[in-house]
Design a protein around this ligand. Structure first.
Ligand SMILES: Nc1ncnc2c1ncn2[C@@H]1O[C@H](COP(=O)(O)OP(=O)(O)OP(=O)(O)O)[C@@H](O)[C@H]1O
Ligand SMILES: [Mg+2]
Length: 346
């Protein structure tokens, strides 16, 4: 039981379990106040028939297991732009199952009240908050939706004079922090992110190497291992299937070109966003640009962006550590600090 008294005493009561969730287009993560943490690729698979069910030994699979068994399951990647896509019941059910799966790793104690903060892309707050709350609301007693880059800012403690750029799979989310909870006008979302780079890279590779075979997964992994912007040392040399053998290819140009396609849109959006603030504040923000999300791990991207922004002044851009969990960790910290009256209306 929470001792009677102030709100802050109540928040520390052991009968409340706080949970932070980052629902991502490609990867979803959960972090809880009891120390549990887990992440999963945001894929759900249902066995196609009784044989597949027998082979898999279960009626539903998640993440990598779903991807690896894609021939024997109906594979669903239900999150687009980080929120439940308008449309099929199957998508809605897949998100529900994904959320249930994440909560399975949270392991609440019996009778614990669960309060979950869920990170979604900034723009989604306007359009699809309800669907997200419904899915999470099944597992949690109280739910609040927060913007993903705000959660990242919170974890970093970058609450003033800073800008977070979260480079995900479906979206790039921007959030300017000026010492208060950010509003819509402090945030932007670009719909070309990691998936877009993968499509560019796939097209470039097909064009340059028509005899080689590339799959979607291969292309994404190629980018994750070798993604680069600018003149990074070393060449990207990988073995790729051609007819029945693996043949070494130098893919430096294609990988670099595909990754660099992100740089100008990010620079343009950042300038467009921060120019709305007064010049002295802009000056401070320029020194505190943080890159988060899986795309922040592209080699040389912070330097590439700094260079692309050079015409607009001197910027200091840095990538965060642990981009995989920072959104869930930040949502968890927000949940723990959130005053009671904010739970329904952030
Ligand atoms: N080491 C890496 N180098 C380059 N890109 C990477 C790396 N690791 C992951 N990525 C890319 O980052 C993207 C996934 O990032 P993240 O997990 O932050 O996205 P998400 O939260 O699932 O998507 P969104 O926020 O758009 O819903 C993918 O495009 C993935 O291929
Ligand atoms: Mg994300």
């Amino acid at each position: 039981m929470a001792p009677k008294g102030s709100g802050s005493t109540e928040m520390k009561a052991p009968d409340i379990l706080y949970v932070g969730i980052d629902l991502g287009t490609l990867r979803s993560a959960v972090a809880a106040s009891n120390g549990q943490r887990h992440w999963v690729y945001s894929f759900v698979g249902w066995p196609k028939d009784f044989v597949a069910r027998k082979v898999l030994g279960k009626s539903i699979v998640f993440g990598e297991e779903a991807i690896n068994n894609r021939l024997s399951v109906d594979l669903v990647r239900p999150l687009a732009s980080g929120v439940i896509r308008e449309g099929t019941q199957r998508d809605q059910e897949a998100v529900r199952q994904l959320v249930l799966h994440l909560f399975e790793h949270v392991q609440p104690a019996k009778g614990q009240e669960i309060r979950a903060a869920v990170g979604v892309p900034a723009e989604a707050l306007k359009v699809n908050k309800e669907a997200t709350i419904l899915a999470v609301g099944e597992c949690a007693d109280r739910t609040v939706v927060v913007s993903e880059p705000f959660a990242v800012a919170y974890k970093l403690g970058a609450l003033n004079n800073a800008c977070i750029i979260d480079i995900g799979a479906g979206t790039i989310d921007f959030c300017v922090m000026h010492g208060v909870t950010p509003e819509d006008e402090d945030q932007r979302t670009l719909l070309s992110a990691g998936d877009y780079v993968d499509r560019q890279l796939y097209d470039l590779l097909r064009e340059a190497h028509p005899n080689a075979r590339f799959s979607e997964t291969m292309v994404r992994q190629l980018k994750e291992q070798h993604g680069r912007v600018g003149n990074v040392k070393g060449r990207v040399k990988v073995k790729v299937p051609v007819a029945a053998k693996f043949v070494q290819h130098d893919l430096t140009r294609e990988v670099t070109q595909a990754c660099e396609s992100l740089v100008s849109p990010i620079a343009d959006t950042l300038i467009d966003l921060i120019k709305r603030y007064e010049p002295s504040f802009q000056q401070l923000v320029r020194k505190n640009i943080f890159l988060a999300g899986g795309g922040s791990q592209i080699k040389g991207i912070a330097e590439g962006l700094t260079e692309a922004l050079a015409d607009h002044g001197t910027f200091r851009v840095q990538a965060v550590e642990d981009p995989l969990f920072i959104g869930a960790d930040g949502a968890l910290e927000l949940a723990m600090d959130m005053p009671s009256e904010r739970w329904e209306n952030l």
